[in-house]
Structure formats: C-alpha cells, structure tokens
Ligand binder design. Structure first.
Ligand code: ZN
Ligand code: ZN
Length: 563
C-alpha cells in the first residue's frame, strides 16, 4: 500500500451494520425490556437521590443533664445528689456521664496502715514484706513491717492514703438507681460547608414551654430524653446497668435534602449499647473511675475518695445533605446507559436459541453474522434428497464426504432468476438419451440410494441420501428433465452466450448439467461454501455426456460448474 493509500485508509470511518428483524413479538419485547430498565434507573435515581451532590455533616454537641436523687449510704444519713455531684469531674467533647453507683471511702489521710487481704500481701513475719515494694493491685508502698489487719489476717503495712479503700464489689441495688428519671437536653448544631447550611436539632418553632412539656413517646423530634428511656431503647435495663455502669451510644442521623421542592432536614435519634452487655460474663465489666474531694482538717489534708460507677452516654452525629447538581445528574445518566445493553444481550440470546428461531422458521444467526472461512479450510455445501435443509461440512482428504461431521444446517435459498430461465426454456419431454442402466457392480457401503459407485477420492464419496435407504434422485423424472436433456442444456448455454458459433462441447454440457443440479437442489449456496454433487448424479451426467478420451475433471470440475 502506498502512502496515498494509507492516507485514504486513515480518512475513513467504520460503522456497525445492523440487522432489523420485523417481528411484533421481538419489537414489543424490546420496548418492554427498555421500559423496565428505564423504570429501574428512575426508581434508583429518585430513591438514592443520584441527581444530587452530597456533603458530610460537621457538628458540635452539648448535653445538659437535669435531676436530683437521694442517696442513702449504709450507716449514714441520706444525702441529696444534684448534677454537680453525679456528672463527674470532667466531660468529654461529645459525651456526658451520670454516676449511678458509688463506693465512698471517707476521711483518708496520708499515713501508714494495713491493706485489706484482697488487694494487699498476706504475711506472717516482717521478713515477708519488702520495704519499698509495690504491687499492681496495692494502694500504697510497703513499709517492710507485717501488721494485723483483723482478727484473722495479717498483711503488709503500706504508706498510703489511710484507711485504704476496702470494698471492691459495687453495692446492689445501685445507690443512685433513681437516676433513671433524670432528663438530658441534647443540643446539636450542624453545618454542611459545601452548601453553607446551618441547623440545630432544637428547631426554630420549638419554644421554652415546648421543651419542658415534650415527650419522646409521642414526638420523635423532642430533644429531651429520659435516661431510663435511652437505656431501654438501647436494649438495656437501667437498674441492672446502674450497678456496674456502662456505655450507651446516642446516634443522631441527619439525612437532609436541600432541594427547594423536597426540602427536608430533620434529625433521627437511635440508641445502642456500646460496651459488653453480659456484665457477669466479662472479667472487668461496666464502667467506673475514681475521684476525690479534698479538705484540710487541723492543717492536715484529708480527702473523700469516690469510686464512681456510672453510664457514659456518647453522642455520635453523622449524616449528609444533598442538593441538585446538573453534573451529578449527567454522570449518573452516563453510568446507567450500559444497562440498556442488557436488552441486547437478552434479545440476542433469545433469537440465537434454536427454540425461538425454529418457531419463527428463521435462522437469524446466519443473517446476522457473516462468516468468512480461513483460506486453508474448504466448506462444502451438501443437499440430501431425504432432508429439507442443506448441510455445511468441512472438506477432508481422508474421510469420505458422506461421513464427515456437519458444521451447521441451514435453509435452502432459491435462485429465482435461474429457475425462471430454466422453466422458460424447458422443452417438451423427450426420451432420455441413455437408457436407465442399473450399475452392474454392488454399490459401495456408504451408498443409500444404490446408484453410486466407488471413487478413489474420499471427498467425492457422497450419496444423494443421508440416512434412509430409498430411490436415487438421479432416477427421478425431474433430474432427467433438468440435467440430462441436451436441448435444454444447449438452450441454457445459448442463453448465457447468445452469439456462440460452435455447438457446445460435452465438457460444457456436463458443466451446465452440474450447475442445473446445484441450482435445483442447493439453490444459492452460502457465500463461504462450495457445492458438492452426489456421486450418483455425477455418474449419470457423465454417462449422458461422455468424454471422448474417457478422462474427467473429477471433483475440481464439478465445482467449476459453479463459476
Ligand atoms: Zn448413492
Ligand atoms: Zn443417488
């Protein structure tokens, strides 16, 4: 290819050639499938708001607990605890804490005292204790002397805040179990930076009196929660949980739609227990910490130690806001176009399946796909008189044509033009030029019609019948009329070459007879296949128009007739 040829090849555009099938069933199926795909895409788009651009929430949370509880310590007068007492000394950013149970150790001073056997080291002599030693569960540093703890036990003395905390198990029931009635007001401010949208969970229409009256039971937007309800909705029991404490998650979810027509931006609250629920199955259950209150008595510092058990409420805010975005819509539409290919896949599969194509009497794949064989392999086109369709087989030089495996079966295509010409030229029937002579020898094993003779070339060994034994096509009256009548063949040759001077040769008559057979039995053979003529018909034609020197072109000649 020259340079100009390459340029021409570059300046071209290849497009796909399509096949249109006129079928009401297929057409309505196509539109149904396309409508189903469109419906699916639209539902998905509206449901997931695919046409929107989204932004994540930025939020801040504060919580205000309210309530007062009476606490009865064993052996003492009852005391009242308010929020300053039970909220604990410090608060995390997005959480609040409520003390529900407490172990109080009063009037501790710096000094020396024995440790309880549960946390300290038991001993018999001073040698058992080591001065300056410290143990993980211990409250102080050992002084090296062994002292009496109570009537039964002696333990190592420690330098510590004395007396040391003696109890380990929290009291049951919890001392502040009435915290169940406490309420908490959660204030949550959110911001969507991409849309510059600000909102609070305390909505503009909520008034002071609304906040004091509202109840979660009948108003899901009420930002005031009862602690007992929160624990209950998280699947817990407040009085059980109050003994050893725990952690509860309060989730605030914002799913905002900022489009004008469908504007909606309200919080939804949900609750979840975050720590281990089965408190008696875990080694270190619940949630607790210690804090102390200090005072000075007679110039000496004293403290009251609190081991506080309680419930920590972690507030988690998450959510997103969406607003219509043309770019997102275009991107979404673009990403869904491939779904329409499903229709093509399904329809192609349907017309490809033999059941549908056979029902419609069409071979769609033959029309849809143009197959071009490789040069090396030669496809032959074969027709049997006991079958309606024609078969395509691969030519083999080793296996006889009658036995070669079929590649595909397809319907015959009529060569209307040639048939018309033949019918016009068909003369009155004349007696056959050669008497019908039965072959003397027995027909070969592969012959079903009894008219074939053996051939040295396996690709010539083809009978006119596929499976059932029966009459030979070469003995039929029509074969006689079409392929053996010299006047018809001569007329056809003149039809092709009107000005030919000399009478046609026997070879030309044979070629014309072969062609007559092909057009009659095979119609227009597929473009990629060469027609093959059964041995019996070849023999009959050779008998009718014999070669003078007794030599025949054989297989190649039979195929030349196609030209
Ligand atoms: Zn035969
Ligand atoms: Zn035959």
């Amino acid at each position: 290819m020259g340079v100009s040829g390459k340029v021409v090849a570059l300046c071209s555009y290849e497009t796909t050639k399509l096949v249109r099938i006129h079928s009401v069933r297929l057409g309505s199926l196509k539109w149904t499938l396309n409508a189903a795909v469109l419906l699916f895409i639209c539902v998905l788009m509206l449901w997931n708001r695919k046409y929107q651009q989204f932004d994540q929430v930025v939020s801040s949370v504060t919580a205000k607990v309210k309530g007062v509880a009476r606490m009865q310590l064993p052996g003492e007068e009852a005391v009242i605890w308010d929020e300053a007492d039970y909220s604990g000394p410090s608060q995390d950013k997005n959480s609040f804490f409520v003390v529900t149970n407490v172990i109080v150790t009063k009037n501790q001073k710096q000094g020396r005292c024995p440790e309880p056997p549960s946390s300290g080291r038991r001993c018999r002599h001073h040698n058992d204790c080591k001065r300056g030693a410290w143990e993980p569960h211990s409250h102080g540093i050992q002084t090296g002397s062994c002292v009496k703890f109570d009537a039964l036990a002696r333990t190592c003395e420690v330098a510590a805040w004395c007396p040391v905390e003696a109890k380990h198990k929290p009291p049951r029931p919890a001392l502040l179990a009435s915290a169940e009635k406490f309420t908490v007001l959660i204030k949550n401010n959110i911001h969507f930076p991409a849309f510059n949208f600000i909102r609070r969970n305390i909505l503009p229409e909520m008034t002071e009196s609304y906040l004091t009256r509202c109840q979660r039971g009948n108003d899901s937007l009420c930002p005031v929660f009862t602690l007992g309800d929160v624990v209950h909705q998280a699947g817990g029991n407040f009085s059980t949980m109050a003994v050893e404490g725990g952690v509860i998650g309060i989730q605030i979810k914002w799913d905002c739609n900022l489009d004008h027509l469908t504007r909606r931006c309200l919080p939804t609250y949900s609750f979840r227990r975050l720590d281990q629920k089965e408190s008696n199955k875990t080694l270190s259950p619940g949630f607790n910490f210690r804090f102390a209150k200090y005072k000075t008595v007679d110039r000496a510092e004293e403290r009251t130690l609190y081991k506080a058990f309680g419930i920590r409420f972690d507030i988690m805010v998450f959510g997103q806001a969406g607003k219509f975005s043309f770019i997102q819509l275009v991107v979404y539409i673009g990403s869904t176009l491939s779904y329409y290919a499903l229709t093509t896949v399904l329809m192609d599969w349907l017309i490809g399946t033999t059941c549908y194509a056979a029902e419609e009497g069409q071979n769609y794949s033959e029309r849809k796909v143009e197959s071009i064989p490789d040069k090396k392999e030669c496809i032959l086109c074969v027709s049997y008189v006991d079958e309606e369709n024609i078969r395509l087989v691969k030519m083999s030089h080793k296996k006889r044509l009658q036995d070669v495996k079929t590649i595909r079966v397809q319907t015959r295509k009529e060569d209307i033009g040639h048939m018309m010409a033949t019918l016009c030229l068909l003369p009155d029937p004349q007696p056959s030029p050669t008497a019908l002579t039965k072959p003397q020898r027995r027909p070969p094993s592969w012959c079903k019609c009894g008219g074939c003779s053996g051939s040295p070339l396996p690709q010539e060994e083809l009978c006119c019948r596929r499976s059932n034994e029966g009459a030979c096509v070469a003995t039929s009256a029509l074969f006689d009329k079409l392929s053996l009548q010299r006047p018809l063949l001569e007329a056809l040759l003149v039809y092709q070459e009107p000005l030919a001077q000399t009478p046609p040769s026997a070879a030309a008559l044979r070629r014309c007879a072969y062609r007559q057979y092909i057009v009659w039995r095979l119609g227009v053979p597929p473009a990629d296949a060469r027609p093959a003529i059964p041995r019996c018909c070849v023999m009959r034609i050779r008998e009718a128009f014999p070669s003078l020197d007794g030599r025949y072109g054989g297989f190649a000649l039979a195929n030349e007739a196609e030209m």
